[in-house]
Design a protein around this ligand. Structure first.
Ligand code: PEP
Ligand code: CO
Length: 479
């Protein structure tokens, strides 16, 4: 394996951390030929697990290549069209789910509550924006995590970091932390069963608008949320009006809920890519939407190369250090022809930086002219450690970043296209604040995440009510 070398200050070579080239003998699948999307092989691949047994990995990826697709090219095309509408201000995207899904929590109850939360938020946002809300779960595939350190030390013992259930196990023993290729097959199977549930819940009447509205009324009966009462009352009246006007609610029984995850594990994403029989083009069939994270968005790196080869709508996370030139070269790499809905930038700048760093990027993209769907991830730039030692976020700071996102778009004359959040439908205590006043002390009660802190069910709805108010302002200024 050749470590990548870049010149450092003073001319001495510096080893780039957590980056490796894929060994040449892994290049060829059974046929001995490279697939058209396998041009990433040989490029710098950040954040990849190091497997002890490459033969085992080859067997697993050969099996994955024979599995049926998890999503279909026609659905992927529909989502791309919706993402294009969001870039023009004709729809708003809600993307949310766990930081890291786990195999243990891919159960009917957890999935149902997460879907329920997304649908409840979507109803509120639809009303606020007076626009269709495009619903995308961070779900059915979000099982691998980039880590800031390859190793973790506890009480003097150092082991490989947990990289998500798709790679190794959270338990702190040498056996559990050893990356296991077999987990890629479990990833596929858990994603398939989760998608099956999603399809059943969203196409079987469970997502009926009247039903979702009833759930929201339950939320509103909590006095902590009294300040959203008038918005909730407006939504209630609108739904009653629709009923009185003879809207056929039966036609509103089904919703589309798309899937997404970070395209991190290159062997898995590559093995799940298929040629679409209608168009002859490659689609990543592991999810409808895929994104590259802040740590794997290197323009010349393997992740961007792989994503540049598939037809799916693609996102890239942009942190506060993103330069104008980096952003423009990502547009060159991922959306050279300016196709609508193809490329989203998901900004995660931090509440204290967003107003200063986002506006110049928005202006540069606007001048460039190729369309971008702009989404805010108000979670990852605002992670702190509580006085009690938990990795957490403050609800108020998260909301401040969302506000900063809307302000930046207003000042650049661009379109705020969506919200990307880490949430769960469960009643956890991982994020501080909100109307339920979770504080440093109560984090301990139900802190369940294995990686980043998530908004709980109530905090998610509270966010939706606040964002609905910002969206209502945007739509009234356009009238
Ligand atoms: C994430 O979305 O969980 C994540 C790791 O984000 P980022 O790449 O923005 O740090
Ligand atoms: Co996260």
């Amino acid at each position: 394996m050749i470590p990548s070398i870049t010149p450092g200050r003073g001319g001495e070579p510096v080893r780039k951390p957590r980056s490796r080239r894929v060994p040449e003998r892994l290049w060829s699948p059974e046929s001995g030929e490279l697939a058209p999307w396998d041009t990433w092989r040989g490029l710098d691949a950040a954040q990849q697990p190091t497997y002890a047994n490459d033969e085992h990995l080859l067997e697993v990826t050969a099996q994955l290549r024979r599995q049926p697709p998890l999503v279909f090219a026609g659905e992927v095309d529909d989502l791309r069209t919706w993402m294009g509408a969001a870039a023009r201000g004709e729809a708003f995207v809600l993307m949310g789910g766990d930081c890291a899904e786990t195999f243990a929590e891919a159960t009917a109850d957890h999935v149902r509550l997460k879907i329920q939360t997304l649908l409840q938020m979507a109803v509120v946002l639809t009303y606020g924006a007076s626009l269709p809300v495009v619903k995308v779960g961070r779900i059915a595939g979000q099982y691998a995590k980039p880590r800031s350190s390859d190793m973790e030390t506890r009480d003097g013992v150092t082991l490989p970091s947990y990289r998500g259930d798709a790679v190794n196990s959270f338990e702190f023993t040498p056996e559990a932390r050893e990356p296991d290729p077999q987990r890629l097959l479990s990833l596929y199977n858990h994603a398939a069963s989760t998608l099956n549930l999603i399809r059943a819940f969203t196409k079987g009447g469970y997502a009926d608008l009247r039903q979702v509205h009833r759930w929201n009324q339950g939320f509103m009966s909590n006095p902590a949320y009294a300040r959203y009462e008038s918005l909730a009352e407006d939504i209630h009246r609108a739904i009653k009006f629709m009923g009185a006007a003879g809207v056929d609610f039966e036609t509103l029984r089904d919703v589309d809920l798309f899937s997404s995850h970070e395209a991190l594990l290159l062997e898995y994403e590559s093995a799940m890519t298929r040629i679409d029989s209608r168009t002859g083009e490659p689609y990543n069939t592991s999810a409808h939407f895929l994104w590259a994270g802040e740590r794997t968005r290197e323009e010349e790196g393997a992740h961007i190369e792989l994503l540049s080869r598939v037809r799916n709508p693609i996102g890239v996370k942009l942190g506060p250090s993103t330069t104008r030139d980096q952003m423009l070269s990502l547009i060159d790499r991922l959306n050279p022809d300016g196709e609508e809905g193809r490329l989203s930038f998901i900004t995660r700048m931090g509440a204290d930086r967003i107003r200063e760093v986002l506006v110049p990027l928005l202006e540069a993209a606007r001048e460039d002219g190729r369309p971008v769907t702009w989404m805010t991830d108000p979670m990852h730039g605002n992670t702190i450690t509580s006085s009690t030692g938990y990795k957490t976020r403050r609800f108020e700071t998260v909301m401040d970043e969302v506000r900063g996102f809307f302000e930046a778009h207003e000042s650049a004359g661009t379109v705020p296209g969506g919200l990307h959040v880490e949430l769960t439908g469960d009643d956890v205590t991982e994020v501080i604040g909100g109307s339920e006043h979770i504080d440093d002390e109560s984090l301990h009660d139900r802190y369940e995440t294995l990686v980043d802190p998530r908004l709980n069910h109530q905090q998610s709805l509270e966010m939706a009510f606040q964002v609905a108010q910002y969206l209502a302002k945007v739509s009234s200024s356009e009238e």
